[in-house]
Design a protein. Sequence first.
Length: 600
Amino acid sequence: MNQPDSKAEALTAPRERIAALRTVLAAQRLDGFILPLADEHLGEFIPDASKRLAWLTGFSGSAGSAIVLADKAALFIDGRYTLQAAQEIDAEAFEVRHFRKPPPTEWLTQQIASGARIGYDSRITSMRAADQLVAALKDVGAHAEPVIANPIDALWADRPALPLEPVELHPMEFSGRSADDKIAALSEELNAKKIDAAVLGQLDSVAWLFNVRGRDVANTPVVQSFAILRADGSADFLVDRRKLGPEIAAGLGNRARIRDISELAEALAEVASGGATIAIDPDRTNAWIRDRLVGGGATIKPLPDPTALPRARKNPVEIAGMRAAHVRDGRAMVQMLKWIGDTASTRRLTELDVVAELENIRANDPRHRGPSFDTIAGAGPNGAIVHYRPMLASNRALEAGSLLLLDSGAQYLDGTTDITRTVAIGQPSAEMKRHYTLVLKAHIAIATARFPKGATGGQLDPLARQHLWREGLDYDHGTGHGVGAYLGVHEGPQRIAVGDATKLEPGMIISNEPGLYLTDRYGIRTENLVLVRESAEIEDFLEFETITLAPYDRALIARDLLDARETAWLNAYHAQVRDTLSPQLSEANAAWLREATAAI
Ligand code: ZN
Ligand code: ZN
């Protein structure tokens, strides 16, 4: 973080950097350059060495892109970063724009003349995004040119090195299925589709396939690597060999072959040769890989990542691990919620105090491996900013009569958690209670949903939203996302969201997180993870089992807004939380939980 007194100095950097970039572009006869915040694997979290957008612009948010032209430049962000961008961006160097008004490519086509040549880095652009860019520029008579090397890298003098964290095996005790078994099953699918091979670029896919984990990026335990899966039942694991101890080769099984990541181009040429048919996921694979395969003679078959569905359907060992991790995470949440109540009434507490204490409490667990995303602790009006993350400049105190929205999660060796609780600091108003209870009704609607096999997340989404819609209210995000098992906290393909067409299947784990956000006042969200399972009572129907265990704030519940069925569910859930967690709690924490979960 830049300290305020060095802000003026820091602001000169983007101007010098953008000027240097323009010189490089001019030398390559490029009229502009597109810079997304992404790396070769197109995942949610990227290593520092790939944070080129932050180096060029000074913007440190987790999503955005820039377009630099000869005489102007724009940074594209979404609404949650408006304040942060205003603080971090030199307005002389970059115009800050909303990424939908209009989208970056549309803005670009309005700025450039026919014949313009615009550079992009195909290594950090998905196949689909690259194709759309090429087509959009062609429409206005311009050209999209993949650069040979990213021009930022030559200018970025103190660019951090790529991570070299050791690779760890994810043992059968937690994975429940060997890499050999996964590779064999996926190879059969390739055979059935008459596909010779599939290339995997996303880190959670590769980690799942080979049962490996690492520490190369924040929040997700993955290793920078690629995989080539062949119809003959073998697979290449392309990874920097310096990250591998001797136990890795032995533990990978018989079907995986380790190759150094520097051999990727060669490996792609080999697999493409002879006119092979290669499957790649156009949204999850970079365009450079596609271009190498095509250059090597391959026919590309765009298909969804073949690991996505089998990874989403957790096996019994993964389910047991996720349940166990949630019991321990629930214990940490009880300690946390009690601490907030006790401490906020005796001294000044800020959002950052809450973030630090939660991390400390969770770190006591020997299986804890860190957060699964940056904790959202939004006090008062900050709670209304979806995906808000407290920083020094925005840090607020928890004030009496306000709400705190606390959304956090952890990575444990046996599972990944993601939980939101909204708590009242002091006495909540009647309106806060009404709004909280509407969100709780939406949350209970998903928790208790029963649906026929084949139903999609898109069909379930309005079950939650109806309770807000009835009052003329809504929330501008999905109701649920898939979650990995000691892997990504956001994992496809399943979601509970408007229009989502993925069928929900037994074993899938998904979040249940409706919310409500009142700009400049407060935000409310209630989030548990749920497991899709067969209905115990009705054949061919599915239902959810809630696996997150932590109390809701009873002070925020307006009893009269809940019907008998909702009240019964709430009391049964609280009893389950109490019965499961109490044996693991200190007497003081158990006593607090007894009160927090008393029937309403
Ligand atoms: Zn969450
Ligand atoms: Zn979530």
